[in-house]
Design a protein around this ligand. Sequence first.
Ligand SMILES: O=C(O)CCC(=O)C(=O)O
Ligand SMILES: [Fe+2]
Length: 503
Amino acid sequence: EFYSSVHKMSLVMDFELKMLKNMQKFLGKNQNKLNYLKERLSEYERERGEALTQGPVYFENPVNKYLLTKRLTTDWERLENVLQYKEGEKILKRIENTIVEKSELDGALEGVLRLHDVYRLNASDIARGLLQGVQYDVQFKARHCFDLGMKALEIHYPKLAYGWFMEALRRSPNDETINKLDIELALADTKFHMGDIKGANQTFAELVTLNADNEKVAKLYAQFVENSAGKPEYFADYSTEHFPPPADILTAERPDLFKYTCSGLVKKSPREERDLRCGYLTETHPFLLLAPIKVEELNHDPLLVTFYDVLSDKEIETLRKLTRSIERATVMSNNGSVVSKVRTSQFQFIPVTAHPILAKIDQRVEDMTNLNMKHSEEHQFANYGIGGHYSEHHDYFDIPESELQKIWRYNEMGNRIATLLFYLSDVEQGGGTAYPYMKQMVLPQKGAAAFWYNLYASGKLDQRSLHGACPIIVGSKWVQNRWIREWDQSDRRPCYTFDDAGF
Ligand SMILES: O=C(O)CCC(=O)C(=O)O
Ligand SMILES: [Fe+2]
């Protein structure tokens, strides 16, 4: 999809340019047609006027007689043809083919709502371009706010919808494309979805009184009365667009816990941070004595660390070129329409043999982690754009035994013992990797890498490795995943024969 990848979004800009050019052509062609018709109209009006002023004498002139007959026959037939001819139909087809699918718009709307939800923002702030205290030069129109409200209702976030409809109402005097009554009706409906039946009823009743002869209002009110019959009444708190977290935040459900980690509500206390160290790694390879690796501990059990300056800008440039050419190749090999052509995944696996730099990087990963890279997956590259995210998940495979055989080389390599995630870009705002159970978030820094274990030393799945990518607020995030498998690591990470999960 375009909306979740900035790289793809720049392709959309190209489409837009094409659309504008096609529209210009379309208008030009139709303008010519109209000009021609206008000229004919005034010509005929002029001739007719002359005939009327001159009276029957006019037709004594054989030329005039001929002109009238001609007008009424061949001229009008030609004119009718011109009138009926749909100018620019080919161009229209081209525009039709270029139009970005509606699902793209839906994705963009959901992206904004995700930021709204996860970072606990206010609709009115987003609408004026204020995101987490940073001011951007954007202003939403009432119509944009209304569309966001409708989307929020559709995906069952009425509290967010309420914020958007209120903002749409405030902005409606400056936007003639949206009708105030429609916003008010949507607000009444939102109150109903928030469980505020009384409030919804009151708003509907007011709208019915003010618009006594409006059939749509009457119909929606009748619908509300029918739908709300017997529904329980809830207290709706209109002062905030977000539900408060539970008193003990760690008891929250997983998806919420992830969001709270992204927004900074879940984080380590100073007490918990006390034993975490920063330092230089020198032991795993003699070369590191000369060029030690900067490492920061973020969690001890399970281990989570960040390595800094482990990829140079030049190396990153090479990697980015590598992914770009492969992406293009996929695009070129597809014969579908323009849009579907670039609808390739934002994730890309590249085998280590594709470029010498990949093996070089793996040697470095081996030095950094002290793990054997012999059993690792192909290099995976990913790009996220604004609103792009990756919900909380585990990297290990947690599927029935019978299914495991379908996993790439599971039989030869085992499960994903650890992950090393390179950041190939900075991200202006948002886009951290959040680890709810470790109460940590790693903010992307170009050239740095996060490393953590997904399995206990016994090989048991470690649920505490739960993590995900927080939504990008502003910027484009590039990452490279190195998934390291379990086999042949016991000389590097002692493999316990007992279950160490209970410690
Ligand atoms: O992009 C990130 O921060 C996390 C990515 C991730 O967890 C994954 O690709 O498995
Ligand atoms: Fe992951």
